[in-house]
Design a protein around this ligand. Structure first.
Ligand code: FAD
Length: 460
């Protein structure tokens, strides 16, 4: 009997336990674009661009092994149950995912399968499955540092399983959609026109990024906060879509010893975020700290607030480092982590706009948009989360800019400021050299700080 491999955010053939477990029988690889299962968070625009390119690559890899990729659109449980019926498959193999909608889809699927076939879930998209490392009391960790220390004890992960050399085909292939008919790529306007210059979605691109990074991983500790230097791995979209396993990344780099410890520690933030979502599935939708839910955010229904939010989205706040980040995001679908923190803090504290609005904008515009990592980081910046920076620690964007950028990052993404000398580029307005085509600051730092502290005083 054939077995189904149900791909989700695990679009790879190496170190993919569902592929390994199914490949001793004829296999039917399936990907379902599911925007309909209840509680489903519809994938954002930038992620859809990535998905299209990644599925193209996965399909080509499967074809080179003698197989295919069956594409379906709609509720996953219904499609899988139908494929089981028409093919006689008795097992569906998939990797575990912890977003609430996937848990929902799995429950629905198990119900509709009855005794006809089994859903078999495997680990492998995280260094360790959420909930595995626990406190002395046997409860899952809520705070990052003890989580990291406990997880570190279980590393290194096991060696990666290689991709199969061939895959047997079933007697009959189920119907498949054509990828091009899904309309995942933007047309008019084609806002993703430049994405292809920055990214190669798919496992081959992931492995290339890992190899490039391996040569400079020892510089990560010092360089990771400098957005103009190319010293971070840019693996996040590849890891999000599961084109490479975190175990592969760990094992490739860990041989470099203590020099890469900072990197491994960052990689574990991804596991930590998933561990939080596993405990608090609604984390993306509301502040974890109850008292912070009453924070008097400015109302987006108000035109002035809407205009401020628009300026932030478009990178026209008058704060060069924030604007550079927001424009990098728009042009490439990614933003450097240090600048993500500055831009997020600016929205929440300087503009006093609900973190959930920023989270949604990132969800739509990031190629690495990830329910767990996005919401955990937004709640960390906003001081509303389970393990958070304090709300009253208000990042000063100009100080951050001077500390982490010599000016090159701003120059790259804000061409209006390209001619301004280093010491002035962080705050051209204050130095009387703001070009006419670059906006004035939408709010002063002191005034914003006071407003944010006043808002916090009402809930603390
Ligand atoms: P590197 O510095 O090379 O790190 C290696 C890997 O570790 C990353 O690819 C990522 O998988 C993981 N990682 C590193 N830092 C974090 C972190 N703070 N949280 C979780 N995982 C981390 N990351 C996402 O993958 N998806 C998101 O939707 C996302 N939203 C964010 C929103 C905000 C407001 C902030 C401040 C951060 C967000 N991050 C998110 C975390 C981080 O910014 C990105 O993972 C990182 O910038 C990706 O670049 P990189 O692959 O070069 O990272």
């Amino acid at each position: 009997k054939p077995k189904i491999i149900w791909f989700r955010r695990d679009l790879r053939l190496s170190d993919q336990a569902a592929v390994a477990a199914a490949s001793d029988s004829p296999v039917i690889p399936v990907y379902i674009l599911d925007d309909e299962t209840p509680k489903h968070r519809i994938m954002g625009g930038a992620s859809r661009w990535w998905l299209h390119r990644s599925l193209e690559e996965l399909e080509a890899c499967l074809q080179s092994l003698g197989s295919r990729l069956i594409l379906r659109q709609g509720p996953a449980a219904e499609h899988l149950a139908e494929i089981v019926k028409s093919s006689g498959a008795d097992e569906i193999h998939a990797l575990h995912h912890y977003e609430p909608w996937w848990i929902n889809a799995e429950r629905m699927l198990e119900k509709s399968l009855g005794d006809e076939a089994r859903l078999i879930l495997h680990d492998g998209n995280y260094l360790l499955p959420p909930g595995t490392v626990t406190t002395g009391a046997g409860t899952p960790y809520k705070i990052y540092t003890p989580f990291w220390k406990a997880l570190r004890q279980h590393m290194p992960p096991g060696e990666a399983a290689p991709a199969p050399e061939s895959l047997d085909a079933p007697d009959n292939w189920p119907d498949s959609d054509a990828l091009d008919d899904w309309g995942l790529l933007p047309t008019k306007p084609n806002w993703a026109a430049a994405f292809g210059d920055h990214w190669q979605p798919g496992s081959a691109g992931a492995e290339d990024n890992l190899e490039d990074f391996a040569d400079k991983a020892a510089d990560y500790d010092e360089g990771r906060n400098l957005p103009s230097e190319e010293l971070v791995s840019r693996l996040s979209p590849h890891l999000h879509f599961g084109e490479i396993s975190p175990a592969t990344v760990w094992n490739r780099l860990a041989g470099q010893g203590s020099k890469v410890e900072t990197y491994l520690k960052e990689l574990v933030w991804r596991d930590y975020a998933q561990n939080v979502i596993d405990q608090f599935p609604q984390y993306g939708g509301e502040s974890y700290r109850e008292k912070m839910r009453a924070l008097p955010w400015r109302d987006l229904g108000d035109d002035a607030v809407k205009a401020d939010f628009g300026a932030w989205c478009q990178g026209r706040t008058g704060y060069p480092i924030v604007d550079a980040g927001m424009r990098e995001l728009w042009a490439t679908g990614w933003m450097h982590n240090r600048v993500r923190m500055i831009a997020a803090s600016f929205l929440i504290k300087h503009l006093l706009i609900d973190w959930r609005e920023g989270e949604k904008w990132f969800w739509d515009t990031l190629v690495d948009a990830d329910y767990a990592s996005n919401s955990v980081n937004w709640q960390w910046v906003s001081g509303t989360g389970v393990d958070s920076n304090m709300f009253v620690r208000i990042m000063a964007p100009l100080t951050q800019s001077e500390k982490f950028d010599a000016g090159d990052y701003i120059r790259q993404w804000v061409p209006e400021l390209a001619e301004i000398d280093d010491p002035y580029i962080h705050d051209p307005e204050d130095h009387g050299c703001r070009p006419a085509d670059y906006p004035a600051k939408i709010i002063g730092h002191k005034e914003a700080r006071q407003r944010a502290l006043g808002a916090y005083a009402k809930v603390k």
